[in-house]
Ligand binder design. Sequence first.
Ligand code: AHG
Ligand code: MN
Ligand code: MN
Length: 344
Amino acid sequence: MSKRISLTRYLVEQQRVNGHIPAQLRLLLEVVSRACKRISFEVNKGALGGVLGAAGSENVQGEVQKKLDIIANEVLIEANEWGGHLAAMASEEMEGIYLVPNRYPQGEYLLLFDPLDGSSNIDVNVSIGTIFSVLEKPQDQRGVTVDDFLQAGAKQVAAGYCIFGPQSTLALTVGNGVAMFTLDREQGSFVLIEDGVKIPEDTKEFSINMSNMRHWDPAVRRYIDECLQGEDGPRGKNFNMRWIASMVADIHRILTRGGIFMYPWDKREPHKPGKLRLMYEANPMGWLIEQAGGAATNGRQRILEVQPTQLHERVSVIMGSKNEVERVQRYYAEYDAEQQAVSA
Ligand code: AHG
Ligand code: MN
Ligand code: MN
């Protein structure tokens, strides 16, 4: 039988052999992966478990909550509040932060999550997922506040997602490359399927919601327009398009075979920097992408360097194969330079 490496063993090796993570972080990631396993089982029940459909409520961002948004949120809270490794949690589905009851010495970490990403796909049996990000709690004796969470993505100490698709697969980085683990449902554990995941630097596949085309800014329009011209245009090659509408599934495809994912700022709600959330969508995904050799930007700045000012802050997102992301960044720089020249 070929040697199977479980997530547990991988994490022990990251701690003991590579000295890459402290024991407390290893134990926290174990708890998060157990929560993902439970969510996977809930997702799998579908209509038989009564988990589909709307919950009849809205979250802080005014979005309709699905039953599974709430179930996944509760699973993550319940699993982590007794772990002893966390000081507090924050979630897409909760307005404020969740302080972990202080029954132990206070935990050293902060956990942020999008409990269920791709909510519009729940009821149609298309891949969805859970996204998570881990930060260190600043070292002082005060109680935890929202300000403690407002750290740039470059400060993350662990990040990942679990996609619930034909397989449930967990992708993880602790700053030492990206590893993927698929849930063996008979054995009940995540088993390593790939370590050192690498995204090709070039791609012929883009991922964007084309129905928003008329709302984009000129840099994004130029990039997509050139892709659409295919062999006959300046790129001299044909492009393919994929849009699953679950970020977790689109990013999983890009980590697997390359591509560029974009949810840019658009004119529909000009005062918002974008649709996706910085702290529990863009930051963890951006770090995974960078750790796999790709790039992640808001067009003008590296996502991991954006200093958050709010827990539920939004951001424009362009990430994936390095050369394509850099091209979009170049188009932004050229557009900005033109605008400056006009106004000078
Ligand atoms: P969530 O379900 O957590 O609110 O996230 C949905 C996000 C993301 O997963 C996806 O890429 C995007 O919204 C899809 O948006 P459109 O429906 O506008 O295409
Ligand atoms: Mn999401
Ligand atoms: Mn969500």
